[in-house]
Design a protein around this ligand. Structure first.
Ligand code: ZN
Length: 241
């Protein structure tokens, strides 16, 4: 039996190194803030990886021992190598969980796995957001109230150009009137994917306890056992006939 869930928190880690204001919010980077939280949970073995490391810190060896990969990116999606994207996609299809945060809706890996543009409406006006739990029995909603309120958020609005999610956990309302599918589950191959909207770099959203709780819940959900490894191709019959 597996002792712990192996998580990698990946961040492009550019905003925090270029802006003092952002570095003050995330002195150890966005990946550092999320990793620090996950390390407080039982049964989590947490490491981080960033864009500027060799192979973006996502070598074959690292991915082979990763149960769940968390992905945050914004300004440097185009710098992620296609080789690493191919590798992460193969890992997801083979059972690795993937949690895609906020502006990573435009990451190469999310677009690859969705097959759509993943485009959306947006506005930076520091407005209130409420993420309503629309699937209260879902493990990702464990321990939450009926909604999560974020006092100052960047707005993301529909239409969000993704395939119909396999499960929808949250729908966001924004003060300006838009709504958004802000917690979306997808199954791809043997892997599970969760897209979670909150997380703009200039707002301390990854210090908010209920937002962090969702990320921790999502790690557990995405890491759950995947059952037998299927085989493919031409086969002999199991019975004589
Ligand atoms: Zn943003």
């Amino acid at each position: 039996m597996k002792q712990s869930i192996h998580v990698v928190v990946w961040n492009e880690y550019r905003h925090e190194r270029r802006s003092e204001e952002i570095a003050k919010i995330y002195p150890k980077g966005i990946h550092g803030a999320i990793a620090d939280y996950l390390r407080t949970l039982p049964g989590m073995n947490v490491r981080t990886a960033t864009l500027d490391e060799p192979e973006h810190g996502l070598t074959e060896e690292v991915l082979a021992e990763t149960d769940v990969l968390i992905w945050w990116g914004h300004m440097a999606h185009g710098e992620v190598s296609d080789t690493v994207v191919d590798r992460v996609q193969a890992s997801v299809l083979n059972g690795m969980g993937l949690i895609v945060l906020h502006s990573a809706h435009f990451s190469k890996i999310f677009k690859r796995l969705m097959g759509t543009t993943c485009n959306l409406k947006w506005r930076e006006a520091n407005e209130r957001e409420r993420l309503w739990v629309v699937d209260p029995s879902h493990p990702i909603a464990e321990g939450l109230g009926e909604y999560i309120e974020i006092p100052h958020a960047e707005m993301y609005g529909e239409r969000f150009d993704i395939p119909q999610p396999d499960q929808l956990v949250f729908i966001s309302w924004f003060q300006g009137g838009e709504v958004f599918r802000s917690g979306c589950c997808f199954y791809r191959g043997r892997g599970k994917i969760f897209y979670f909207r909150p997380g703009h770099e200039t707002i301390p959203i990854y210090h908010q306890p209920d937002v962090l709780r969702v990320i921790g819940n999502a790690v557990r959900w995405a890491a759950l056992p995947h059952g037998p490894t299927p085989t493919f191709g031409n086969v002999k019959p199991l019975e004589e006939f």
